[in-house]
Design a protein around this ligand. Structure first.
Ligand SMILES: [Zn+2]
Ligand SMILES: [Zn+2]
Length: 203
């Protein structure tokens, strides 16, 4: 089992490499991180795909670079594909100082199963932080994007946000899963049981 976490400088976004054997997928490349390239090279990892949890600039800024470099596809939920393409909605200017627009992503939907090489990703659509925000279930580990953090939840005041939808997503789609590790888009890992018991934002 491979699980590597890199923190995007300046933005605190977690970029994950997840996989097994030599195959990995990349989750939420917020920017280009030379250490990621070095590690892929050093270990001989074979990148299968880039999977985005949602369309905010801080999670997508490196996607085009890695897509081109490794000749892989970028995946995002259908409802956030327009954010990828629209800098006004992905907020890239505010984050990077320039516009980011990414075309040609492959869209996924709730309950889709993506077979990326030998890596299986189950999609759990958890709208609220953005319309298309999704959690990625990989080998009994949940990658929760900006939906659920350790002792926190994502903000819902940006484009496409909806606080009620967010709470509903967490309660009905995440807290109903069995206990497993949770790897959020920002900050340290947690678990479903821990958040169910202690998360102060989810009533
Ligand atoms: Zn976000
Ligand atoms: Zn974020």
């Amino acid at each position: 089992m491979i699980l590597e976490r890199f923190i995007t400088p300046g933005m605190g976004v977690n970029l994950y490499l997840v996989g097994a054997g030599k195959q990995v997928i990349m989750i939420d490349p917020g920017t280009i991180i030379p250490k990621v390239d070095e590690l892929i090279e050093e270990r001989g990892y074979e990148l299968q795909a880039i999977v985005l949890t949602h369309g905010h600039a801080d999670h997508i800024g490196g996607a085009e670079y890695y897509r081109d470099k490794y000749h892989v596809d970028v995946y995002i939920h259908q409802a956030d594909d327009e954010m990828l393409q629209n800098p006004k909605h992905n907020l890239s200017k505010g984050v990077y100082g320039y516009d980011i627009s990414i075309e040609g992503a492959i869209v996924y939907q709730d309950k889709d199963r993506l077979d990326l090489g030998d890596i299986r990703v189950e999609i759990i659509h958890t709208p609220g932080h953005t319309k298309g925000s999704s959690c990625l279930l990989i080998n009994d580990q949940l990658f929760s994007g900006d939906t659920l953090f350790k002792m926190g939840v994502g903000r819902w005041d940006l484009y496409g946000g909806d606080g009620q939808a967010l709470m509903n997503s967490i309660k009905s789609k995440i807290f109903t899963l069995k206990d497993m590790p949770v790897y959020p888009g920002h900050g340290v890992a947690t678990s479903i049981a821990y958040e169910k018991e202690r998360n102060p934002f989810v009533g």
